[in-house]
Write a new protein. Structure first.
Length: 89
C-alpha cells in the first residue's frame, strides 16, 4: 500500500500546479522504492515533468534532497539513515 505523499497536500503537479493528466513520480529507485512509497516519498507530476526528471540527474538529486529534508522534519535524520542508508544533503 502506498502512503499519501509527504511532499504534497493536494493532487497537483509538484512543479506546475496542474491537476489533470498526472503521474506519480517515485523519488527513490531500486531496492529503496517500495520502502519510500510506503513512507510517502513520491510526488504528482505531469508527463512532461516526469520525463524531465528522469532525463536530468540534477533535478532528480534535488528531489531526493527535498524529500530527505521533509522526511527528516517528520521523523528525524537517524530514521532517514536507518531506512534509506544514504544522505543526499
Amino acid at each position: 500500500m502506498m502512503a499519501d505523499s509527504i511532499m504534497q497536500d493536494r493532487k497537483e503537479c509538484f512543479y506546475t500546479g496542474r491537476t489533470d493528466d498526472l503521474a506519480k513520480h517515485h523519488i527513490m529507485r531500486g531496492s529503496r522504492r517500495k520502502r519510500a512509497d510506503k513512507l510517502g516519498c513520491w510526488i504528482w507530476v505531469t508527463p512532461e515533468w516526469h520525463r524531465k526528471i528522469h532525463e536530468n540527474r540534477i533535478l532528480e538529486e534535488q528531489l531526493k534532497q527535498l524529500c530527505q529534508m521533509k522526511f527528516e522534519e517528520l521523523y528525524g535524520h537517524d530514521t532517514w539513515m536507518w531506512v534509506f542508508e544514504k544522505n543526499y544533503l
